[in-house]
Design a protein around this ligand. Structure first.
Ligand code: NAD
Length: 519
């Protein structure tokens, strides 16, 4: 029972009265199947990062509305849990079809609110779509285990059951993919869900929620509340919420991990990164340079798996010209421009933070061989653009190295040997991903074996696993035990019940108080 269409609203022309216009920009919550406007007085403007145009306004959901969302999710749980897994899968099967139907609209919304290029925005949706496709096999994925005759006439089996109400808290950089990492797996396991999209770009999550409802997800199975710290803290504290999926920065992630766990919840928390590539002298030159530039500057460096640091074994000098040439050739413009390679960064604050970290590198003795700070994009003069930037001779004590920059900045470091390069990476606190570029199997194997990172690429720059594996960040990039999607994702959203059954004619054996043992 939808009373309001977010996508229709988003693309409608402005109404005559300014007041109505203000009102129509408001993003709704989704509570118990109703897309309803929040009563909140406070809103946050969602700005197009290429133009500063106000695209929509996100309400700071009130406590009452949050409680209503939890109630709706609680109410929907018993019948959704008892809905056959085949039916739940079929909703996902329809959902993936609808995402494909609307992928252009979704991508346009992402580009408008987040800034990435349209092509990259398609990828954002597509990588999430793959998780929905994977969830279509939930019957197999959540299979339990069975051992017959563990003792005479006794069998033991385990069943994976949903937890109840689960929640997801999302970052700004993948407005479609990250929500799709979370709720499709959770609800197909039989849970109900409360999603808190990023307040910076909630549009794609709303469109996906509409599609999920159109696909047949019953009222209350997926609920959406907007806001920032207060609503997140409500999620951490509410005793009816059993599990929290978080993706975002370390500050927020560790807070949510600690507060959620203190309230008895399971939490999976994917956080920040500093991903390195080791470049061996024997690496294929062209392929390696192309990979470094694509993975360093794609999405304006706002990917948790962006390659932000290249460690050149044997020196970077011979690689710098090729890097420069390729980076300079990239076109920086609004993501809607067909020839744009990278768009703006998310906010003015993000731009100034990135520029500050670049300057700190220069102040600490790094060599700025390409400076994108003063870029002006014709037609988009007020956009938050940072052009590709390369800092060479970076060392591990520099602030620009210690901090996650999350912008189009590639740091170049040097090492005398593979051993030294591996040590540099292993000393870094983050452990999301790391790659090696080499034609030596021996070097590749040593790297794979010794590197302390959750996702390892060998001649692959951004090794984000497909959904039949899991996204496996480690060290400070992840907190929790069960990773996102894949087998671990299903385990995260289910709990095990182990049943021991005895079906045999029971001869009278008398009472024995000794510990039962297998007979
Ligand atoms: P963020 O932490 O600022 O925001 C993420 C979410 O947390 C938002 O919904 C926000 O409202 C909420 N939040 C922020 N601060 C909070 C606080 N103090 N208390 C409670 N809630 C809070 O992150 P972001 O800037 O949106 O995203 C960028 C970060 O996400 C980067 O660090 C990036 O590496 C990381 N990221 C990690 C992965 C991964 O899989 N490891 C994937 C994507 C992004």
């Amino acid at each position: 029972a939808q009373v309001f269409s977010f996508s229709a609203m988003r693309f409608s022309t402005a109404s005559s009265a300014a007041v109505d216009h203000q009102k129509s920009l408001r993003v709704t919550n989704l509570i118990g199947g109703q897309f309803t406007e929040s009563r909140a007085q406070s809103v946050i403007d969602v700005l197009n990062p290429a133009t500063q145009e106000v695209v929509s306004q996100v309400p700071l959901t009130t406590n009452e509305e949050f409680k209503a969302a939890v109630e709706a999710a609680k109410k929907a749980f018993p019948s959704w849990k008892n809905t056959p897994v085949t039916t739940r899968q079929r909703v996902m099967l329809k959902f993936q079809e609808l995402i494909r139907r609307d992928i252009d609209k979704l991508a346009m919304n992402i580009t408008t609110e987040q800034g990435k290029t349209l092509r990259d925005a398609h990828g954002d949706v597509f990588r999430g779509l793959e998780v929905v496709e994977h969830a279509c096999g939930m019957g197999t994925l959540q299979m339990g285990e069975y051992v017959s005759n563990v003792s005479s006439g006794i069998d033991t089996y385990s069943i994976r059951e949903p937890l109840g109400v689960c929640a997801g808290i999302c970052p700004f950089n993948f407005p479609a993919m990250i929500p799709l990492w979370m709720f499709p797996v959770a609800v197909t396991c039989g849970n109900t869900f409360i999603l808190k999209p990023s307040e910076k770009d909630p549009g794609a999550a709303m469109m996906l929620a509409e599609l999920a409802m159109e696909a047949g997800l019953p009222d209350g199975v997926l609920n959406i509340v907007h806001g920032t710290n207060d609503v997140v803290n409500n999620i951490c504290d509410d005793s009816h919420i059993k599990a929290i999926s978080f993706v975002g920065s370390n500050t927020a992630g560790m807070h949510i991990y600690a507060r959620g766990a203190a309230n008895g919840k399971r939490v999976q928390s994917n956080m920040g990164a500093k991903n390195h590539a080791i470049v061996m002298p024997d690496a294929n030159v062209d392929a390696t340079l192309n990979a470094l530039v694509a993975a360093g500057f794609g999405a304006a460096g706002q990917r948790c798996m962006a390659l932000s640091t290249a460690v050149f074994v044997g020196g970077s000098q011979s690689w710098e010209e090729g890097l420069l040439e390729r980076a300079k050739a990239l076109k920086v413009s609004a993501g809607t421009e067909p020839d744009a390679d990278l768009g703006p960064v998310i906010t003015k604050q993000a731009k100034s933070r990135i520029c500050k970290l670049i300057q700190s590198g220069v102040d600490n003795g790094a060599r700025l061989i390409l400076d994108g700070r003063d870029i002006v994009v014709p037609g988009y003069e007020s956009g938050n653009f940072v052009g590709p930037t390369i800092l060479a001779d970076v060392t591990s004590n520099m602030e620009c190295y210690e901090e996650e920059i999350f912008g189009p900045v590639l740091l170049c470091m040097q090492a005398d040997s593979l051993e030294e390069a591996i040590n540099i990476i292993n000393r870094n606190k983050y452990g999301n991903g790391a790659s090696i570029f080499t034609t030596s199997g021996v070097a590749a194997r040593k790297f794979q074996h010794e590197i302390e990172a959750g996702q390892v690429g060998i001649n692959v720059p951004i090794p984000v696993p497909l959904p039949f594996f899991s996204f496996t960040g480690s060290k400070a990039s992840f907190a929790g035990d069960l990773n996102f999607y894949g087998k671990a994702g299903v385990q995260f959203f289910t709990q095990i019940k182990t049943v021991t059954q005895q079906w045999k004619d029971l001869p009278g054996q008398g009472v024995s108080l000794a510990m039962p043992t297998s007979q």
